[in-house]
Design a protein around this ligand. Sequence first.
Ligand SMILES: [Zn+2]
Length: 353
Amino acid sequence: MDSFTKTRGMSFPRQVLAGHGCVDQIGDVCEDFELKGTALIVTGPTTGTLAAGLVRDHLKQKKYDVQQVEVGVATQQNLVKVEEVAKDVKAGFLVGVGGGSKIDLAKLASVNLKIPFLSVPTSASHDGIASPRASIKDGGNSLSLNAKVPMGIIADTALIVKAPYRLLASGCADVISNTTAIMDWQLADRLRSDDFSSSAANLAKYAAESVIENAYAIKPNLEESVWVVIRPIIISGISMAVAGSSRPTSGSEHMFSHILDKIAPGKALHGEQCGVGSIMMMYLHGGDWKRIQRALRMIGAPTSAKELGVSKEQLIEALVHAHEIRKDRYTILGDRGLTPDSAERLARITEVV
Ligand SMILES: [Zn+2]
């Protein structure tokens, strides 16, 4: 018999704070971690102003030297900018303050520069807050890269509730879409011996179920809603750290979303597209797609092509080509995907068109 040679590592955040006003504790967190040197805040010109100001004040109270770099969307160019500023100011650690793209830039820069990174999200539009992955635009392509989980996550509900509600609803839809991602993973495991991890799948499923079960309580301008959602979002990220890949949170519904990004760029948010994709993929799996639809409607996330701002033709094209996105990732779409007729039928039955 062969000797046992399997080995795998998992990295987790060392501290996760979530709740009202917890950004006040960022200085203590940095001291606990024994972080040294200059703190470089990576933020945006508009989104993170209030939050970045709070972070700066609290770090200065703890006698940290604080510098700031403002960047736009997550592009290769902006990543280089963050890294250059970090080198100039001799940053000891990075603090990403803002929506997904600022966190992603700080995440990638921290890997390249080999310095720690903390995440202070000001919105919760997808599950990237706590995940070890980051997406970045390079030319016309959107790349999903392996990065590192943040050393600390400080998710202040009082800040996040100030972001447009659409972002939170999109984050909910992204987490709900774990339901079909897990089914795809199980299918791939049965057909292709994919490296299924039930601990990772259970975490991702728990996250999705808690959003579905609490959908009635998720409403605009209500800080409690953020509280209900932020933990499942973080747990989704942790499930990826356990799996060592995005598999527990990303299946056919994400492939549908990624191809829609190419067919109809800039129309809808990532999580919104994944939610609609999840309704349809759940139907293909023979599962309770109406339960997904109901939860999304209750939250106020899109459930149709019209609500996504895309045409029926674009939606069907996305369904037909979704399987081409990641050939290595086997899903319910199989190797050959849907025919235009079956795609149209699927979208009609599930009330997406
Ligand atoms: Zn996602």
